[in-house]
Structures are given as C-alpha cells and as structure tokens.
Design a protein around this ligand. Structure first.
Ligand code: ATP
Ligand code: AH0
Length: 373
C-alpha cells in the first residue's frame, strides 16, 4: 500500500508555485506521479518582493500576504488533484514549504539565539480550503536547534538519489544554488553555494524588464569583465565553510548596484556575462572543494535550463559526468516540491527531516507542524 503526498514550493525566484504529486511505497521509495505549476498573481508577487526587501517591515502586509499565499497554495493543490484526476481524500498530506520572506541564519555575526527564518503561506488556510492535512513550517525547528534551517533538501536527495557505487552531487540552481554531496558510504554534506539565478534575473529585470535571461543568451552576447568578477568573488560568503545558507538578503540588486559604483563603465551585456560567470565559478569552486573529482553531477532547478550556464559548468568541471535529475527519475523542475512532500511524510511518521552535518543543528529533528484536514 502506498501513500500519496503533495509537495508545494515557491522559491526565491518567485516564478510560480510548483506542485508535485508523489507516492511513497511501503519500502519508503518515492515515485513522482504528476505535477503542475501555478501562477503567482502579479500583485501578490509585488507584495512578496516588498516583504523580502529589508527596508520594509509591515506587519499588516505580512498578515495579509500570509493568508493570500495560503489561498493560492491551496488552489494549486486542488488544481493538481483535478489535473491528476484524484480525490483530495486520496492524498495523505500536503507538505507546504511556503514562501521565504526573510532568512537570518546563525553565522559569524549572528548568534544562533538571534537567528530566524520566516516562510509564509498560512498552513491553516491550506488545510481549510483543500481539505487535506497540511504540514508546514519546516525550517524553524532546525533553526531552534542552532541549525541554518537550510538547505533541507539534502536529506531527500540522500534518501532518493544516493548510490553505494558512486559519489553523487545534486546541484539545485534556483534563485540561490545549493549542493548535496552524497558519498558512497552514506555520508551527506550540503550547503548553499551562493547565487543561482538571482543576480542574472535581477540584472535583466532592471535593464530589460524581462523575468530571466532565456538560455543565458544575453549573457552569451557579452564578455566577462575580469576585474568585476574578482570584485564579486571577494564576498566573504564564498570563503566560509559549511554549514552555511543564504538568500536575497545577501545577493540582490543592491549587490550589483554597489559593484557598479566601483566599475561604472561596464556595458550591460558584459555585466550579465560576468554575473553568469560568477554564478558558474562560485558553484564550481564549492563543488571542487567538497567532492571527489570524478563524482557524477546531477542538475535540478530552473537554472539547469540555462544552456550558457550549463556549458560553463561543463567546462569548469571537466572530470564530472553531468546530467540532470531526470536520469534519476525526477524531472529537474520538480525536485524541490517533491522533497517537501517527502519531508511531510517524514514528519507524519515521526522521522527526522534535517541532516545535522548539513544544517549544523544540534541533532536530528522532526521538522514542521501538522494542520489536520
Ligand atoms: N530556459 C531558461 N533559461 C535560463 N534560465 C531559466 C530558464 N528556465 C528557468 N530559468 C531560471 O530558473 C529560475 C527559476 O528556478 P527555480 O524555480 O528552480 O527557482 P526557485 O525554486 O524559485 O529558487 P530556490 O531554489 O532558490 O528557492 C528562473 O527565475 C530563471 O532564472
Ligand atoms: C531559506 C530558504 O528558503 N532557502 C532556500 C533557497 O533556495 C535554494 C537555497 O536557498 C536553499 O537553502 C533553500 O531551499 C531548498 C529547497 C532547501 O532548503 O534545501
């Protein structure tokens, strides 16, 4: 007998809601069954961006947006059930990541007692509208246990993708980029490497009002500026060792604007080329430092569709066989949503969802809270 779960995810790129239907069989094996993506209404996206900006702190907006995200997430879950032709009563639970609006993990400048992370999208509302038990608020228990609260997906990557015969690296290129290194002996490490698409997205939005640089074509039309690249690479974040996690608080349009005050004359396509190179270099440096040279690399997240970025990864990591996670049974766009369905299953079965070696938490913890149907 297998159980069905729905994973819901809206990431830092704010490109929509990913909804994935999975089943977990009696042996704990995860099967990807169906998926849809649902739009984030334009006004809602604007409000989320305002909440993400550190210069606004509006409790009114927070409360209202929390409820609204809950409503659109619930509608995505219902649309997924309709599209997959299943009844909501067939689904054991929704695992809802929610929307991160602030992430302040413990780091060199912040004691863990002052750390916090905030994902909104009221799970009560999701349970009420969908009629499906909802599990949410996954990150805060890990933070309370002195962890980073992120990345959480390495536990799922280990459960679904680890192989005793080869070391595997799973690289998610979302708004931020994060890696999981799955050793042959079962050990797992993982951390956020830094920006994924966020800087390239911000720059093309600023210059051309486009959401993203399709296939990295605009970046490919420019040339990397070596001085600007070195300036960006000096960020302390790249030198820190894990556990570490990051977000829009650290890598955003302001990061680019500050650099361009120092380098004001660089043409816009060259800035984009440099941001793509920064993304590729910071990812590859992190992979080289933390994995075995000939391990297999599997890509997921929207950035895995960026051809120019993938070409750079292949050149910078010549000894790694590079594929995407379709080769492991889950299409690259759906891995994160699937992961939160899986974490909900862990929670309902009183099993841990974090990996202390990844997040730095004091120990394994059952993550999240349950909101019954
Ligand atoms: N064809 C493409 N060419 C270039 N970039 C693409 C393409 N398709 C998707 N992307 C990038 O992928 C991004 C969305 O990725 P994804 O949905 O994995 O991010 P996310 O889940 O929001 O982020 P995070 O994992 O940080 O939470 C888009 O904003 C865009 O930058
Ligand atoms: C705080 C937060 O939402 N972090 C996200 C973000 O997106 C990628 C990277 O930064 C990762 O740390 C995390 O998401 C994935 C799903 C994770 O927790 O593993």
């Amino acid at each position: 007998m297998s159980s069905k779960y729905i994973g819901l995810m809206s990431g830092t790129s704010l490109d929509g809601i990913d909804a994935a239907l999975i089943s977990i069989d009696k042996d704990g094996c995860v099967h990807f069954e169906h998926s849809i993506s649902a739009e984030l209404p334009r006004e809602l996206k604007k409000d989320i961006l305002q909440l993400c900006s550190t210069s606004h702190d509006e409790i009114e907006l927070l409360g209202k947006t929390d409820r609204k995200i809950g409503q659109v997430f619930a509608e995505a879950a219902l649309a997924l059930c309709a599209s997959a032709n299943i009844k909501t009563t067939d689904v054991t639970a929704v695992g809802s990541h929610g929307q991160t609006v602030r992430h302040r993990p413990p780091d060199n400048s912040r004691d863990y007692r002052n750390a916090f992370t905030l994902q909104i999208g009221d799970p009560n509302t999701i349970a009420e509208i969908s009629g499906i038990t909802t599990v949410g608020d996954f990150r805060r228990r890990d933070i309370a246990a002195a962890g980073q609260g992120a990345p959480l997906v390495p536990a799922f990557h280990a459960a679904a993708f680890a192989d005793p015969l080869e070391e595997r690296i799973i690289l998610n290129i979302g708004g931020m980029a994060n890696v999981s290194i799955l050793k042959k002996n079962g050990d797992v490490t993982g951390f956020d490497t830094g920006p994924g698409n966020v800087l390239m997205d911000s720059w093309i939005q600023h210059c051309q009002q486009l959401n993203y640089d399709r296939n990295g074509e605009w970046a490919a039309s420019g040339s990397v500026d070596p001085a600007l690249l070195q300036y960006f690479l000096q960020s302390n974040y790249y030198r820190q060792t894990g556990p570490k996690s990051t977000g829009r608080e650290q890598f955003n349009m302001q990061t680019i604007e500050e650099a361009l005050k120092v380098f004001p004359c660089i043409a816009a396509p060259d800035v984009q080329a440099t941001l793509l190179e920064l993304t590729a270099r910071s990812i590859c440096d992190a992979i080289e430092k933390s994995s075995t040279a000939n391990s297999s690399l599997f890509l997921c997240g929207g950035g895995s569709a960026n051809l120019a970025l993938c070409q750079r990864l292949k050149i910078l990591l010549p000894s790694h066989a590079i594929n995407d996670t379709s080769a492991l049974g889950i299409p690259p766009d759906w891995v994160e949503a699937v992961a939160f369905g899986w974490i909900a299953h862990q929670t309902l079965n009183h099993l841990p969802g974090n990996i202390p070696a990844v997040t730095g938490a004091k120990g394994s913890r059952i993550l999240g809270a349950i909101y019954p149907a």
